[in-house]
Design a protein around this ligand. Structure first.
Ligand code: AP5
Length: 251
């Protein structure tokens, strides 16, 4: 798979009625990873880099809700319309809506190319539902990577983030700037600042992480799946650290 393909992850982003044009044929190792960490720690950036190295699809629940928020309101179900409002405020979308959306896309979890889940699960009920679904399907998670970074660095990353409106590539105005200001290096799409990167939404998101998502670290530690990786340094350095951690576990 190439990361430039516009139709990549189409079944995840647009729903089960859409087929990915580029379907993975699978490789010897099927990576089924979950990335955990506070908003802005760099999960999306790492998922993209890991996708390029390991081939597994980058599946972000936030990307699905953002794609929904760009659709016309009459095309959205009431639950999806409400989800976009929760997201705008920085609050978590209710578990039932999130799970319905993931369950509809469960073919992406069975895909022979594997997956890198970014932003899901985010609560204990979501983690339990995923565990049950995977057990029913006879699928096993490879690892859960939890990224750690001090809060001050997280806020700096979120405040400077810019995202491509077409291919969703993520930049940072000082740490990962595009070659031309406001223009995506990959597809020449326009870069925008996410609505939930405003200061008032950032604090709501960080609180939601501490309250609802941080307990997943212990959940996956107890299952023997957790790998903790420091998210300090440049994106490539962190990716190498992640790959080294994965390979020492799966050697
Ligand atoms: P989601 O899209 O999942 O957002 P998030 O978890 O808040 O994470 P972010 O995307 O903000 O950050 P990231 O860790 O991916 O960092 P990034 O790589 O972009 O969710 C959004 C919303 O959707 C939620 O608030 C909620 O409302 C809803 N939602 C989604 N899933 C849900 C669920 N399961 N349950 C309930 N609600 C759900 O990096 C950030 C910036 O830092 C970028 O500018 C990047 O270029 C820069 N950067 C990255 N790495 C580095 C580095 N090493 N050095 C310097 N800069 C870096």
């Amino acid at each position: 798979m190439t990361s430039q393909n516009q139709n990549e992850h189409a079944a995840w982003l647009q729903g089960p009625s859409v087929r990915c044009e580029v379907e993975s044929e699978g490789s010897q190792t099927i990576w089924r990873l979950i990335l955990l960490g506070a908003p802005g720690v760099g999960k999306g950036t790492q998922a993209d880099l890991l996708h390029q190295k390991l081939g597994a699809c980058h599946l972000s629940t936030g990307d699905v809700f953002r794609a929904a928020s760009r659709q016309s309101e009459c095309d959205l179900s009431p639950a999806m319309k409400a989800a976009t409002e929760y997201m705008r405020r920085g609050e978590l979308v209710p578990d039932t809506t999130v799970w319905e959306m993931v369950r509809e896309r469960s073919a992406c979890l069975r895909c022979g190319g594997g997956f890198i889940l970014d932003g899901f699960p985010r609560t204990l009920p979501q983690a339990e539902s995923l565990k049950q679904l995977m057990e029913n399907e006879g699928l096993a998670l490879t690892s859960v990577v939890s990224y750690d970074l001090p809060a001050s660095a997280i806020i700096a990353r979120l405040s400077g983030r810019r995202t491509c409106e077409q291919c969703r590539t993520v930049f940072h105005i000082t740490d990962r700037p595009p070659k031309v200001e406001g223009v995506c290096d990959r597809c020449s799409g326009k870069l925008f600042q996410r609505e939930d990167d405003r200061p008032e939404s950032i604090s709501v998101r960080l609180e939601a992480y501490d309250r609802s998502t941080a307990p997943l670290i212990e959940f996956y530690q107890k299952l023997g799946l957790l790998l903790q990786v420091e998210a300090i340094g440049g994106p490539d350095e962190i990716c190498e650290r992640t790959l080294a951690s994965l390979s020492s576990r799966h050697a």
